[in-house]
Design a protein. Structure first.
Lengths: 378, 338
């Protein structure tokens, strides 16, 4: 249990350090409020999303599904739609990152609906455009669901299917509203997630400072002269960073919730937050292992933590990056963590964020392993 | 004391850092219940040797056996027998004395009522029970050192290693620490005490090992060591300055066996904080030149002649019995503080 006492001691030391509390709590609170207010809501910040529409049906229902993207006032405000002739062409454009998504209406679509047979609309989205891609997916899914309803009703009444056509303005407005604003991805929500993640990694920097300072102040060598093993000490220091990170996230979660941010399923949020803090803990040990004194930690912080924050979307949404830069956010702790948190805010479940939790846990394990292996004790 | 068993045996201990041998084939034994002093100038290898005894550094070769356990094969058993008071104040400044002692007690495996009992005992020994709930950062240097010692004895070790525990503190705290060491020894604790303050070593230690350039150059009781100097006395001259060449000129005199100089650094006069204050004191008091001679009466006049010949103002001159400083001078030809 010595690791437990080392971790609790580190938490106590941090709580009594006003400068550290300022950086770990006051700064993110301030930035969340300033950036969230200054940059307004997300819809206002998203430029027209480039998408492709492929109508292989060329029948009445195919026209109904697709014409809204070119004629409807709500949808044309949101999407810059281009007609393409083939599914492969649309898919290639999405894969190249030229488009945020593509919707493909299959051949025989109208005939199958009219005869009550199952139909399938295909939607491609670019995983690198986390927000715009998800907006398009939401609209396309809503259209698809609507068409399914039309298909079912067509089995009993063809007239009814016509009455609830997908170009119904009321329906479109509701779909757009749900995709953009209904899940609370306001800039305040975005920065609640983004800044929380960034400052958790800053917390890790404090963990690295703490380990090096203990080495310089002789408390680490003194610990080595007690009955504590190296495993106790590494475990205890990591536990300390973990406690600080979880405490920090809990405070920021409470603060932003009070401001109206809807984080979504608490269990799913917990499932993203814990591996995020574990990954940050791993970073702390890694930084402490490569820095000989406190000063280089600041340098490594600039390179590692700031770069991860910038690439991972802590400063600006990844969707607003150049297309070629967007995939790089998957190399960062921030990218996976922010993705996961935005997913829970959009209503994602614990199951939905498992890939994010897994990626973060893997990053944490890799950093911890390298850090523990390389750590200098004297 | 001579027939008591050895509690620590150091055999052919070597520690190399690259080409440099910080400790070079040191062997000695420490008897149970004694206060053993390790004396030597800064950089002599004391702290490196101590670091190997306390399992902080791995020897390049040789071994240390503590209570039958080798530092190479069973370091955890060695650590259980040892208490360590490091040279630096290894405490958490924003935690209170109580919190620091509880933390270090837990690191030694204490818990529950035993932990609380040992914390109270340690605070009483440090004489700081009434200030236990104050943050360490608010303590004076001497008070910090007392808690630093208290944190090292929470688990009632058989052997206590104290590495220069009185550096930079006021005379009152220094006396408290020296009395604490005596008290712990009276309770049966074996103490290894390293210092370059010969007065402390003479006051505390039953036996002393003198280390220089990584080697043990003498070992014995203080009387044994003084006998090494033979019939020599120390001529101590307080002078205004030490020009280049004056020490060589003194060493060249007939009947002079060694000469060295040191700034005024009497521990009792050393201020607790601030190098600037220390420098002022030394400047006002001048510098001391010590000359080792087997015929001090015959050589005094020549010493004064040499000093005045170099334009040195002699403020006082006295002849005294040899001490550990003169032993070191006799053995190495230089001062402990050179």
């Amino acid at each position: 249990m010595r690791w437990f006492h080392i971790g609790v001691k580190d938490l106590t030391v941090t709580i009594r350090d006003r400068a550290a509390l300022g950086v770990l709590l006051a700064m993110p609170m301030l930035l969340i409020v300033i950036l969230g207010s200054a940059l307004g809501n997300l819809a206002a910040n998203i430029e027209k999303i480039p998408v492709a529409i492929v109508d292989l049906d060329r029948g009445r229902m195919g026209r109904d599904v697709t014409k809204g993207f070119f004629e409807d006032a709500e949808l044309t405000k949101l999407f810059l739609a281009t007609r393409l002739r083939s599914e492969s062409e649309a898919r290639a454009a999405v894969e190249r990152g030229d488009l945020a998504g593509a919707l493909v209406v299959p051949p025989e679509f109208s005939r199958r609906i009219d005869t009550g047979k199952p139909v399938r609309i295909t939607v491609f989205t670019d995983p690198g455009r986390q927000i715009t891609g998800s907006v398009f997916r939401s609209v396309a899914e809503a259209v698809s669901t609507h068409v399914s309803a039309a298909s079912i009703s067509a089995r009993t009444s063809a007239c009814y299917a016509v009455r609830i056509g997908v170009n119904d303005p009321g329906f479109i407005a509701s779909v757009v509203s749900r995709a953009v604003r209904g899940n609370d991805i306001s800039m305040l929500s975005y920065y609640a997630g983004a800044m929380s993640v960034m400052f958790i990694t800053f917390g890790a920097m404090f963990g690295a400072f703490s380990l090096i300072r203990e080495r310089d102040d002789w408390t680490l060598p003194r610990m080595l002269m007690t009955h504590a093993t190296r495993t106790d000490i590494v475990g205890g220091k990591a536990f300390g960073v973990l406690l600080i990170g979880l405490g920090q996230f809990t405070v920021l979660y409470g603060f932003t919730s009070a401001l109206g941010v809807k984080w979504g399923d608490p269990f799913a949020v917990f499932l993203v937050a814990v591996p995020t803090v574990i990954a940050a803990t791993g970073m702390a040990l890694f930084i402490a292992s490569v820095a000989k004194t406190v000063r280089p930690v600041s340098g490594i912080d600039q390179v590692l933590i700031q770069a991860m924050a910038a690439l991972g979307g802590s400063f600006f949404p990844v969707a607003q990056f150049p297309v070629w830069l967007q995939p790089l956010h998957y190399l960062t702790v921030n990218g996976w963590a922010i993705d996961g948190m935005l997913s829970t805010m959009r209503g994602g479940t614990a199951f939905d964020i498992l890939p994010n939790a897994g990626a973060l846990a893997l990053m944490g394990a890799a950093f911890l392993a390298i850090g523990a292996w390389r750590l200098r004790w004297e | 004391m001579s027939d008591t068993p050895d509690i620590i045996t150091v055999t052919d201990l070597v520690k190399r850092f690259g080409e440099v041998a910080a400790v070079d084939g040191v062997s000695f034994a420490i008897r149970e219940g004694e206060v053993f002093g390790l004396l030597g100038p800064n950089g002599a290898g004391k702290t490196t040797a101590i670091s190997m005894i306390r399992c902080l550094l791995t020897p390049t070769s040789g071994d240390v056996v503590v209570e039958g356990f080798s530092v190479l094969r069973d370091p955890m058993a060695v650590k259980r027998a040892l208490g360590v008071v490091p040279q630096d104040i290894a405490l958490y400044p924003t935690l209170t004395a109580l919190e620091n002692l509880r933390f270090w007690g837990r690191m030694y495996g204490l818990s529950g009522s035993l932990l609380e009992e040992r914390v109270a005992e340690a605070l009483a020994l440090a004489g700081l029970a009434d200030r236990a709930r104050e943050a360490i950062e608010k303590y004076s240097g001497g008070m910090k050192r007392r808690i630093n010692i208290a944190a090292g004895i929470m688990h009632h070790p058989r052997v206590l290693i104290m590495d220069e525990p009185t550096v930079g503190i006021d005379p009152q705290s220094r006396n408290h620490i020296l009395e604490t060491v005596k008290e712990l020894n009276r309770r049966g604790m074996t103490v290894i005490y390293t210092s370059h303050y010969m007065e402390e070593v003479e006051f505390l230690c039953d036996r002393v090992g003198i280390v220089d350039h990584g080697s043990l150059i003498a070992l014995g009781t203080i009387d044994d060591l003084k006998r090494l100097v033979g019939g020599e006395n120390v001529i101590s001259a307080r002078v205004s300055d030490v020009p280049d060449g004056v020490l060589d000129a003194l060493r060249a005199l007939p009947d002079v066996d060694g000469a060295s100089s040191a700034g005024q650094q009497d521990v009792a006069a050393e201020p607790s904080e601030g190098a600037g204050a220390e420098a002022t004191l030394a400047d006002a008091a001048g510098t001391t030149i010590e000359i080792l001679s087997h015929d001090s009466g015959a050589v005094i006049a020549s010493v004064v002649t040499v000093l005045t010949g170099f334009g040195v103002k002699v403020m006082s001159l006295d002849v005294r019995e040899p001490n550990l400083e003169s032993v070191f001078l006799h053995l190495t030809g230089k001062s402990l503080r050179d």
